[in-house]
Write a protein that binds this ligand. Structure first.
Ligand SMILES: [Zn+2]
Length: 553
């Protein structure tokens, strides 16, 4: 760390300078203390990374880098933090308190609007020179500040969502990753297995007596192995409804419903959990997670923010209201985001506002990366009589009425688990969701719109079933969608079934997954008998098959 190289401009500059001055003073005092007690400064090296990188010679697990009990009592306070001994100030202010943005751009320092923290100097260089650091570490949750480690040594550290950077002036490897998984283990240890032979899909580590297998092994190898994650401290196990495994610096999570995507294996927020375990005063809205972390256009992602009971959480995505539901079991408020096909690609902002009962409030933002998706294209030909229904005066009036319904946010969640297809038996999809369309255009024309639903072939009179529990909020004839029935599944999730020949369920009725709600037909703007299923999430229509394939949230 180069203490004087990167002072932030504006208000943050003063804070940073005080911090570094205080830190420098502390280093001097710590050195004196070290000499007095005849302990070696270098002997306190945090052993994890070094042992990991030297490989087979290491035989023991380094003791936890965090001793919550020895230091936690000094950390819960904001403002001046002091150590328990006679050591003077170590940090002016609260390292977790969000900082104001810089008055002007400083290339030696990066400000994260999302969390209100700066990343500077050597930590910034490390972050920028480490592949996939955004995935592996996430956003900074603190400023850089000196923290006392077991043994009394002070290290400059900075916490991130999924890790902690440490500056070790005594070591050849000056920037090291903290051994944070211990905070999540809460004192648990898992005994070693007897020696096992390595196979193509399993490695055994005599250093800890644990194995890494299959998908976790692939992820471990692909993202830096020992240097990044350290040795396994457990086998795979079930926790929080997921398969997880502990490593020295990480906790792997297997998200089965995201198998086949880059997000089947995700990292737990061990940096945040360590701050929590050390009883830091954590500002509201510090931990926000997106699952999956990025989403394809026309698909659904879940956003969750760590919150306590009594905190009111509201949010917006692209100007649309997000309804947050509090889950006491997980300690989070969560919402679902549907992204608009052909419109929402790129980085899109989500804002979350939190209010507690004491009048405290905070608004945070996150960028949701929306990837493009290869939706198909088609041209549809209508006879002249049917084509009159394409008149914008007709289509926009119908859309306006429907958008009024889809803007609703019923606070109950009626559905649970994956949705089912609305037709029994073998299903033939005749037009996929979000197919780019051009109506009555020559083949090869540029699409002008997209299909907001998914079409399934169905002879007239085929029973149409509720894909999930819900309440009927509309049943009637529409110009384009024909005889239409709409189910409110709660929390801003709606199903629309169009082109029916007969409507069976009635407005206000609660229906269960699988109940027959209508009979399919060919009414409205339709080129043949079929069922049109639209699924709306927090406003826009999304790919319904994703909701059949996996359980949301
Ligand atoms: Zn359709």
């Amino acid at each position: 760390m180069q203490p004087n190289s990167d002072p932030h401009k504006s208000t943050a500059r003063k804070t940073g300078q005080r911090l570094y001055l205080a830190f420098a003073l502390l280093i001097v005092l710590a050195l004196l203390a070290t000499v007095v007690t005849s302990r070696s400064w270098f002997g306190t090296s945090q052993s994890g990374l070094n042992e990991a990188t030297t490989g087979a010679s290491a035989t023991t697990i380094p003791s936890a880098a965090i001793a919550a009990s020895s230091t936690s009592s000094t950390r819960a306070t904001s403002g001046v933090v002091q150590t328990a001994s006679s050591t003077p100030l170590v940090y002016m202010g609260d390292p977790l308190a969000p900082q104001p943005p810089p008055a002007r751009v400083d290339p030696a320092s990066r400000y994260y609007t999302e969390t209100g923290h700066y990343l500077s100097g050597d930590f910034l260089s490390y972050y920028d020179n480490t592949p996939k650091s955004e995935t592996l570490l996430g956003l900074p949750l603190t400023e850089a500040f000196p923290e006392q480690f077991p043994g009394g040594t002070l290290y400059q550290v900075q916490y991130f969502e999924r890790g902690r950077l440490e500056y070790h002036p005594e070591s050849a490897q000056r920037i090291q990753l903290g051994l944070l998984a211990s905070a999540m283990l809460k004192g648990r240890t898992f005994g070693p297995l007897p020696t096992l032979a390595d196979t193509k899909t399993r490695l055994y580590f005599p250093q800890t007596g644990h194995t890494i297998s299959n998908g976790f092994l692939n992820y471990w190898k692909a993202n830096g192995g020992l240097t990044t994650f350290g040795y396994p401290l457990s086998e795979e196990m079930g926790e929080d409804g997921l398969t997880v495994q502990y490593f020295e610096r990480a906790r792997f999570e297997y998200h089965q419903d995201l198998e086949g995507t880059p997000y089947a294996v995700q990292l737990s927020p061990v940096g945040y959990t360590a701050l929590y375990a050390e009883r830091f005063n954590i500002p509201m809205g510090t931990l926000v997670q997106l699952d999956p972390p990025s989403v394809a256009e026309g698909h659904t992602t879940e956003i969750e923010v760590a919150a306590t009971a009594g905190v009111t959480v509201t949010g917006q995505y692209e100007g649309r209201e997000l309804f947050f539901k509090y889950d006491p079991a997980r300690g989070v408020a969560w919402s679902l985001i549907g992204t608009v096909p052909f419109a929402d690609t790129g980085a899109r902002q989500v804002t979350i506002s939190l209010k507690n009962g004491d009048g405290g409030q905070r608004t945070v933002s996150r960028n949701l990366e929306v990837d493009s998706y290869p939706f198909p294209s088609e041209s549809l030909q209508f006879d002249p009589a049917t084509a009159t229904l394409l008149d914008p005066a007709i289509t926009s009036k119908e859309l306006k009425m429907l958008n009024g319904i889809f803007a609703g946010r019923t606070p109950e969640q009626y559905w649970s688990g994956p949705f089912s297809m609305p037709l029994n038996g073998q299903i033939r999809i005749t037009s996929y969701f979000a197919t780019r369309r051009c109506y009555n255009c020559p083949d090869g024309s540029t699409p002008t719109t997209y299909h907001g639903g998914m079409d399934m072939a169905a002879s007239i009179g085929t029973p149409v079933r509720a894909p999930a529990d819900g309440k009927v909020v509309f049943a009637g004839a529409l110009s384009d969608r024909g005889n239409t029935i709409i189910l409110d599944h709660g929390l801003g999730v709606y199903s629309l079934m169009g082109h029916n020949s007969k409507l069976i369920a009635t407005v206000g009725q609660m229906v269960r997954k699988g109940d027959v709600i209508s009979l399919s037909g060919n009414s409205g703007l339709s080129t043949g008998p079929h069922l049109h299923w639209e699924l709306h999430v927090s406003g826009p229509p999304v790919e319904p098959r994703e909701w059949v394939a996996r359980s949301l949230p």
